[in-house]
Design a protein around this ligand. Structure first.
Ligand SMILES: Nc1nc2c(c(=O)[nH]1)N[C@H]1C(S)=C(S)[C@@H](COP(=O)(O)O)O[C@H]1N2
Ligand SMILES: [Mo]
Length: 246
């Protein structure tokens, strides 16, 4: 996987002058900061090149039931574990309540900010997809995910025309952001089901994001809040690339 990224970056750096002039001027807040890091600059070039050159709504490959594999759980696997550094009392409470009082807040640049219950999300149009998850640590796994498209929820909340980014916040403090092209991608869903059952705790219950066109860490587990913004929210240098499109 590493090799692929380097190859892609080389290709993009060669084509840089062509797209650089087109997109870079005046968009300081439209792409993430690079912190003077040359690899970060590469990430942004990859992002801008993808957005300029590739069809944004191309689909991630979907698999068959028989392709479903075992699936490791990584990062936070139980936010109610008090010995865990990202322990969440709020998540533990809503889990104890079988998520009856859980709500996903959708706020920011939307006309009708509100909190969506699990039942409400489950009543929205649903999509089921069998896809391959690719973790930056070098493993992949295939599972079936069921959820409602992020696009449906954003439109339900009345997303404003100036909005450009969608920020996802989790109970364990994890946060990720995607742009509108990924947010409105048909395979970008708020998943409440995995392999035909409720989403297990270890995989982000009750609802997680699935962004099939990006590396695994963009698929935020234990969702708590979605904030729509006009500009890129700079949370500082996390050491993780913002754009990890595949
Ligand atoms: N809230 C939250 N979301 C997260 C993580 C996490 O630690 N916390 N880890 C990320 C990473 S690096 C990966 S590979 C996947 C792991 O999902 P899984 O546990 O279902 O395999 O979730 C992503 N989303
Ligand atoms: Mo990961």
């Amino acid at each position: 996987m590493k090799k692929k990224i380097i190859t892609r970056r080389d290709v993009i750096l060669t084509g840089l002058s062509a797209i650089g002039g087109l997109i870079l001027p005046g968009c300081s807040k439209k792409v993430p900061p690079t912190y003077g890091n040359i690899l970060r600059m590469g990430d942004n070039f990859t992002y801008l090149a993808h957005r300029a050159l590739l069809p944004g709504q191309s689909m991630a490959k979907e698999y068959h039931r028989g392709d479903i594999s075992s699936f490791p759980a990584t990062g936070t696997t139980n936010p109610a574990d008090t010995s865990w550094k990202y322990y969440s009392e709020d998540w533990a409470k809503t889990h104890k309540n079988e998520f009856a009082n859980w709500g996903l807040s959708v706020e920011g640049r939307v006309a009708r900010p509100k909190s969506y219950s699990l039942a409400e999300l489950q009543s929205f149009p649903s999509r089921t997809q069998i896809t391959r998850h690719t973790c930056e640590e070098g493993w992949t796994a295939i599972a079936e995910w069921t959820g409602t498209p992020v696009s449906h929820v954003l439109q339900h909340a009345g997303i404003l025309p100036s909005a450009r980014f969608v920020n996802f916040y989790a109970y364990d403090g994890f946060m990720e952001c995607i742009d509108m092209l990924d947010a409105f991608h048909p395979q970008t869903i708020l998943a409440y089901g995995m392999n035909g059952r409720d989403l297990p705790v270890a995989h982000g219950a009750p609802v997680r994001l699935r962004v099939e066109k990006q590396v695994g860490y963009k698929s935020v587990k234990y969702l708590q809040r979605i904030v729509v913004t006009d500009e890129f929210v700079d949370v500082g240098d996390t050491g993780w690339s913002w754009y990890v499109g595949m």
